[in-house]
Write a protein that binds this ligand. Structure first.
Ligand SMILES: [Fe+2]
Length: 277
């Protein structure tokens, strides 16, 4: 991982090891900062190359209109790596959310606590030129280009916040957290939506992948099911391959309005778990 960009003079960094490797995060609350002046010419070129390759697919009708509106509202541009201070000023006005700098993966509890408080985690480092098509963990192109424009959509934001509240209720129960992970995965990362009867993408995992943009919309291989909380909770997903199943929303309001059902089903699953013990 490249983290040369981070300014961390005020923040205290904690390291914690678990089965998935090292997590690194700020424990002081001072917050890490994007060190904008540290981006090299290569970094800017990587951003521009990735952006220009993918924006062609997106503006041709592949992505939800709300994403394109967000992109414009936040002033994203292929020729300039987004400056988080500038983006946050606009994003806070739009939805009250802001980008929160992390070095990489952080513990689940912190992840959901930040989102409960309208803070979305993003790294500040970009892949190298020799890693353009594959990365083991998300870089800034995924976190920022993929996720941030839709953080201007209030229904989607309310959904993330509501899902985080449900997760925090069961934060010590890994089985429940895994189920909530499925919901997050099939919506925020790999969700599809129908707009004016046309299938579009809104999940950040697809938005930041030119290959999966085409595959998710056009391939005959994957199933595309109407949005269904029960089926989503019952479906496993793939981290290292394209999905075999996508769930299709009718609207972002449908996503937000599904929170009570998600909570009800999770509560019931938890009650059954407790009863079985
Ligand atoms: Fe993501």
């Amino acid at each position: 991982m490249q983290n040369t960009n981070i300014m961390n003079t005020e923040a205290k960094i904690a390291y914690q090891k678990n089965d998935n490797g090292y997590y690194i995060y700020d424990i002081s609350g001072a917050g890490l900062k994007q060190n904008y002046n540290d981006y090299s010419a290569d970094d800017h070129q990587v951003w521009q190359t990735l952006y220009e390759k993918q924006i062609k697919n997106l503006v041709n009708g592949a992505v939800t209109e709300d994403y394109l509106k967000g992109l414009e509202l936040l002033g994203f541009d292929s020729k300039k790596i987004p400056n988080f201070d500038e983006v946050n000023e606009l994003l806070i006005k739009a939805s009250g959310w802001n980008i929160y700098v992390v070095l990489g993966l952080i513990p689940t509890k912190e992840f959901f606590e930040l989102m409960k408080n309208k803070k979305f985690c993003a790294t500040t480092w970009l892949r190298r030129k020799d890693q353009m098509d594959y990365l083991e963990e998300p870089d800034m192109f995924h976190d920022v280009f993929g996720h941030v424009p839709l953080l201007s959509n209030k229904s989607l934001c309310n959904f993330i916040q509501g899902l985080s509240n449900i997760a925090l209720k069961y934060i010590d129960n890994q089985d429940i957290i895994d189920l909530i992970g499925r919901v997050y995965w099939f919506t925020i990362e790999f969700g599809l939506i129908k707009e004016n009867n046309i299938l579009k993408i809104y999940g950040a995992g697809i938005i930041s992948s030119a290959g999966e943009t085409d595959y998710s919309l056009n391939s005959p291989i994957p199933e595309r099911l109407p949005y269904n909380v029960e089926k989503m909770l019952d479906s496993s997903f793939f981290k290292d391959n394209y999905q075999t199943k996508y769930f299709v929303l009718d609207s972002f309001e449908q996503l937000e309005n599904s929170l009570p059902e998600i909570e009800e089903r999770i509560d019931k699953i938890h009650q059954n778990m407790v009863a079985e013990v």
